[in-house]
Design a protein around this ligand. Structure first.
Ligand code: AMP
Ligand code: MG
Length: 357
């Protein structure tokens, strides 16, 4: 299959034609990748089992890992869900359109292919104008998981999508870099208490301000234990993973910088293709350690924005040993550490212990 890459700038008159082409492909059951404010999505008709099947195939995604349906107007929610609770209404008012996905009981028109066999459905109303224009033009709820091959870091640019999806889908819409850079926050509203299944740009504190106490799924900052059932099926799988081994370094700032230097030096002398992922403030001190700048240390949103692109660069550079700084797991930092932790199978060492050796 030939994959077409098309730039869209909604301020230009020719963008309408590209949006119509995308809509037509979706209506015919084909796949189109498009930008959203979180990461790039791989879109297909969310009401068509065959289109959903194509998404799983293109991504190499396990079929029990459900898709998120994307809408472009509030009115499009009713037909695809069962009951909408008062808490869900409040969250919709506060955060939609935006990077929040809510899990509802599903309605009959949503095929089990879209929900991985579950009787619930995850829905998001994205704010990105290109995503909204495509969904509106298609006139369908669009199933759109991240447009990466399963197990790779999510794509935050059209080039990332092309690297993974060339030859597998008909069209990739290039709308520039994704703003947030991490996938949406997923909150379930079907249990007794609202529960965050996946942290993202909409933080626990922001949610609690609107609906009161919410739970956090247990496996956000650790691997699932043997026999533990994932509340969010995506958490079962190795995810967000570069080819190299990522190790996280915790501890006091100066100890971390010193530990990064020692670990890098040892790995380099053993013949590894090694590097460090460090804050902007430490790039100079680690200039000899192949530094990758992940953003300023006090700015978790900047780290979120850069994280996946950095992980992909490490693959392009064929790095096999990677040492990374960490952010405090609070606010957006919780989402960063969920992804970074999973990129390295939660392998963490303490800086002071490295320096003591
Ligand atoms: P992605 O579309 O790749 O960002 O992943 C979507 C994620 O949302 C899945 O991996 C699940 O963890 C979560 N999700 C989607 N639908 C449901 C659902 N019905 N119940 C619980 N989690 C869901
Ligand atoms: Mg994904």
């Amino acid at each position: 299959m030939k994959t077409i890459l098309a730039k869209v700038d909604l301020s230009q008159p020719d963008s309408a034609e590209v949006i119509q082409t995308a809509a037509k492909i979706l209506q015919e059951g084909g796949l189109v990748a498009f930008p959203t404010e979180t990461v790039y999505g791989l879109g297909g008709n969310g009401l068509d089992s065959a289109a959903c099947e194509k998404i799983y195939l293109a991504k190499g995604r396990p079929s029990d890992n459900p898709l998120i349906l994307h809408i472009s107007e509030f009115e499009e929610l009713n037909p695809i869900v069962g009951e909408i609770s008062p808490a869900a209404k409040k969250l919709m008012d506060a955060f939609w359109p935006g990077p929040l996905t809510m899990v509802f009981p599903k309605s009959e028109i949503v095929p089990e292919k879209a929900t991985g066999g579950l009787d619930t459905v995850a829905v998001r109303f994205p704010s990105h104008p290109v995503a909204r224009a495509i969904i509106r033009a298609a006139g369908l709820p669009i199933a759109a998981p991240s447009a990466n091959s399963s197990g790779k870091p999510s794509p935050t640019s059209a080039k990332h999508v092309f690297d993974d999806m060339d030859g597998r889908i008909r069209l990739i819409i290039d709308g520039g870099e994704s703003d947030v850079g991490l996938e949406s926050t997923v909150i379930s509203l079907v249990g007794e208490k609202p529960c965050i299944l996946r942290p993202g740009g909409v933080t626990k504190a922001m949610l609690e301000e609107v609906i009161g106490p919410v739970d956090l799924a247990g496996s956000i900052l650790r691997p699932l234990e043997k026999g533990e059932k994932a509340l969010s099926p995506g958490m079962m799988y190795k995810h967000y993973s570069p080819d190299g081994q990522v190790t996280l370094i915790e501890g006091e700032e100066s100890a971390v910088v010193e530990a990064l230097r020692r670990l890098y030096t040892d790995a380099d002398s053993e013949g590894h293709r090694a590097c460090v992922m460090c804050f902007t403030e430490h790039v100079e001190a680690l200039a000899d350690c192949h530094p990758h700048d992940i953003g300023h240390k006090e700015d978790a949103s900047e780290v979120a924005h850069r994280l996946f692109a950095t992980l992909r660069d490490l693959d392009d550079e064929k790095m096999d040993v990677i040492f990374s700084e960490v952010v405090p797991p609070e606010g957006v930092g919780l989402a960063v550490m969920n992804r970074l932790g999973r990129a390295g199978a939660f392998r963490t060492v303490n800086a002071e212990e490295i320096i003591r050796i």
